[in-house]
Design a binder for this molecule. Structure first.
Ligand SMILES: NC(=O)c1ccc[n+]([C@@H]2O[C@H](COP(=O)([O-])OP(=O)(O)OC[C@H]3O[C@@H](n4cnc5c(N)ncnc54)[C@H](OP(=O)(O)O)[C@@H]3O)[C@@H](O)[C@H]2O)c1
Length: 243
């Protein structure tokens, strides 16, 4: 409990809410894309950004869920500007279509929150035939005005395969480990943000790229856990605490 409430250099602690962090901030005139806005951390991020006046575009693969979340948010905040647009990160064709649709909306992009992700899936390939966690959590991130890019990574980036990122074995089913592949994709999130940040700076763009570990939050992310843990609750708690 003490650790939970201990404040860091920012003045916030693990128990600080998104509403508290953004208190007093006026986001009017800004537009944010939040991927995976239809559940978990993405929904709360989208809700609070909209509360602060930001126009939020949620990239969601399940449009029914996206519309329901949007309706609930507008019910709670009738002035909220929220849209749900179809985006399946396991398909580069869908990513490109989403980008084209967003560009043709004429909205400026001020904040990009790469939040959507999957964890510890059984070995599967994306629509482009790339290991699913690497494709969803990392590859789909390919991305004058000041802006922010936030990759929602995880402290599990420390638990990738022993070699780090197995570039030459991304699609190998043999030796595949769901949690290591998750860690690999999250390590890639951080390296991507670091390199993007360097390049943006080099090009004089007023855009920052950051990666964040959001802490352990009970969400749908853990629904592949029985695959990982064989259903042991203690093991599940262990995974949740380092996800
Ligand atoms: N929860 C934690 O403790 C924790 C800890 C560290 C890091 N994270 C990171 O936080 C982020 C959000 O996770 P969460 O905990 O909020 O989990 P979540 O509730 O499962 O949310 C994940 C979101 O990603 C979406 N998504 C998954 N695959 C997608 C795809 N192919 N195309 C488009 N959207 C897709 C999901 O859509 P559907 O609803 O359609 O599946 C869902 O909206 C993830 O990047 C995760 O790695 C979470």
């Amino acid at each position: 409990m003490w650790l939970f409430n201990r404040k860091g250099p920012s003045g916030f602690s693990a128990s600080t809410t998104a509403e508290e962090v953004t208190e007093g901030i006026d986001g009017t005139g800004l537009t944010a894309i939040v991927t995976g806005g239809s559940s978990g951390i993405g929904t709360e991020t989208a809700r609070v950004l909209a509360l602060r006046g930001v126009h939020v575009v949620m990239g969601v693969r399940n449009m029914t869920a996206g519309r329901e979340v949007k309706e609930a948010m507008v019910k709670g905040n009738p002035t909220a500007k929220i849209d749900a647009m179809e985006l399946d990160l396991s398909s580069m064709a869908s990513v490109r279509k989403f980008a084209e649709e967003f560009n043709s909306s004429g909205l400026p992009l001020s904040i990009l929150i790469n939040n959507a992700g999957v964890m510890a899936t059984p070995f599967m390939l994306s629509k482009d035939n790339i290991e699913l966690q690497f494709a969803t959590n990392h590859l789909a991130l390919e991305s004058g005005r000041e802006g922010r890019i936030v990759n929602v990574s995880s402290r599990r980036h420390q638990f990738s395969y022993r070699e780090g990122i197995r570039f030459d074995k991304i699609n190998y089913p043999s030796g595949y480990n769901g949690l290591s592949a998750y860690g690999q994709s999250k390590l890639a999130n951080i390296l991507h943000a670091n390199e993007l940040s360097r390049r943006l700076k080099e090009n004089g763009a007023e855009i920052t790229a950051n990666s964040v570990h959001p802490g352990a939050v009970a969400t749908d992310l853990f629904h592949h856990q029985s695959f990982v843990s064989g259903g042991s609750n203690n093991m599940l708690r262990g995974i949740a605490s380092t996800s």
